[in-house]
Design a protein around this ligand. Structure first.
Ligand SMILES: Nc1ncnc2c1ncn2[C@@H]1O[C@H](COP(=O)(O)OP(=O)(O)OP(=O)(O)O)[C@@H](O)[C@H]1O
Length: 275
């Protein structure tokens, strides 16, 4: 099961939003989609869902086709004016494999009423209904835009468990989010959109995060030229640097003290690429 996005470009009202976007997603994986506000994350999801057409490039699915994509705009969508029971009737038309029992079971497990209009639900409750709809749709590709927004920690845990079940079944998930810390525990890969282009964040680079104490006045240029300083508190610095450069730079142990290696997070990479 593969979704292929090939050289996709999109312009809205004369403004180029995405250019030559190319990536593949295989089933059984979670892809994180990150980037600054207004950079084009939702646009990319809408293109994949077929709600918009690209100017150029192709979005190709395996034999299951676009009918097997689940995407709902979390801010405004048709479901809000329905009760969960009626929404399930509509979802069953869109998604022939829709599992009504599973949908209702997820909502009931979170004590959400099935016969109340969804517009009367809280932000977090609405988010849960959309997530439940996606999971129960049985669609092979689930596209979620800020799915964790407004969810309390317990509902979040429940959502993550449902998501991992879906992935175990071989389904592919794309999560667009600003919640970078959550992505670290969920995504297999992260795609960063920056200035119209998508950059794949490789997990296997030799970039490491280091924390060190600097006893000199100003950081030496042999460090600042090759490192990204993420944080400075007094004499304590946190920086991203290629691991292979550490021995050459941190030779002077009277000015550099306590060099410690920390794990790199998606937020660190985000700051490095966009800061
Ligand atoms: N229907 C539209 N009409 C005009 N401009 C639009 C439309 N949809 C999106 N845009 C513009 O396209 C750009 C990308 O929007 P998009 O919603 O994809 O960003 P995003 O990365 O999802 O943002 P955010 O993180 O703030 O949700 C923005 O500049 C937005 O103003």
């Amino acid at each position: 099961m593969t979704l292929s996005v090939n050289n996709v470009s999109k312009t809205i009202e004369g403004n180029p939003i995405l250019e030559n976007v190319t990536f593949d997603m295989v089933g059984g994986s979670i892809v994180g989609l990150v980037g600054r506000n207004g950079v084009g994350k939702t646009t990319l999801m809408r293109l994949i869902a077929g709600e918009m057409q690209p100017e150029s490039g192709q979005i190709q699915f395996d034999e299951t086709g676009r009918a097997s994509v689940f995407y709902l705009d979390t801010l405004s969508n048709w479901m809000t004016s329905y009760t969960a029971i009626l929404a399930a009737d509509v979802l069953a038309v869109f998604y022939p494999q829709f599992n009504r029992e599973h949908f209702e079971e997820i909502l009931c497990s979170q004590k959400l009423p099935l016969n109340k209009t969804i517009s009367s639900f809280s932000k977090g409750q609405k988010a849960l209904v959309y997530i439940a709809a996606g999971i129960a749709s049985q669609a092979n590709y689930l596209l979620f835009d800020e799915p964790l927004d407004g969810l309390d920690v317990f509902v979040k845990d429940h959502f993550k468990a449902l998501l991992l079940e879906a992935v175990d079944e071989g389904r592919g998930v794309i999560i667009a989010t600003h919640n970078l810390a959550e992505l670290d525990s969920l995504a297999d890969r992260t795609l960063l959109i920056n200035d119209r282009y998508v950059i794949e964040q490789e997990n296997d680079t030799d970039i490491v995060k280091i924390q060190f104490v600097y006893e000199g006045d100003e950081l030496a240029s042999n460090l600042t030229d090759v490192a990204t300083i993420l944080e400075k508190r007094g004499r304590v610095y946190i920086a991203l640097i290629s691991e292979s450069l550490i021995p050459a730079i941190f030779t002077d142990t009277t000015t550099y003290k306590f060099v410690e290696i920390l794990s790199v997070t998606t937020e660190d990479i985000f700051r490095k690429e966009l800061g």
